[in-house]
Write a protein that binds this ligand. Sequence first.
Ligand SMILES: [Zn+2]
Ligand SMILES: [Zn+2]
Length: 211
Amino acid sequence: MLRTATRRAKSDVANKLISMFLHDLSRSISRDWKIRVDGKEYEDLVRKCFENRCPYCFVRLTETTPVIEHLDGMNRYRAGLHLPGNVLVACRKCNGEKRRDDQIKVLLLDTSGWASFLSHDGTFCSANCKTCLYWESVWPDETEKKRRLSQSLLRIREFRSQFSEFQTAQHILAEALPVMLSKLYSDCQIFAETEIRSLLESFMHGSNLLI
Ligand SMILES: [Zn+2]
Ligand SMILES: [Zn+2]
């Protein structure tokens, strides 16, 4: 267990670096875009498009804790960007529940994390799938659940199609980005390991702890 904790600390550093890189990349790409992801115009557009409700479960954002949500998660597997078209406001619950799909290396239900999250309708997964159980708890009625899930999928697809600059950027980056992120991730792991080992060695040799 302690061994796992050390490994996790190193991967947290690498994940943080990936997120920083994706943020910087997003800023560079969108420098000249008309619509700003952090502007009021974009936030208004998002809230209007989803009627001020969570894009996944339809709960009113005024009746819950709203959080910033990235349709494609900003991690090495989903390679999401902080750009108009990928950023939404969702409820905290869905944001947390979606994380499971975002962290799967190879998705089975769909090609993107958000579409995969909305595809857990109880037909493809094992009986104890946490995401399938989540949707069942949101909409206990089978017919309503399936209708709502496909409605969300459609609405998000429509929302995304408005952002042509985002679509183009995504298309251009599709091949290069996963390669860059894997390299950054493994370089960071190697750096952390080598640096820690060398610091530790020089400290132990220099101190009188080794007698
Ligand atoms: Zn929700
Ligand atoms: Zn499932």
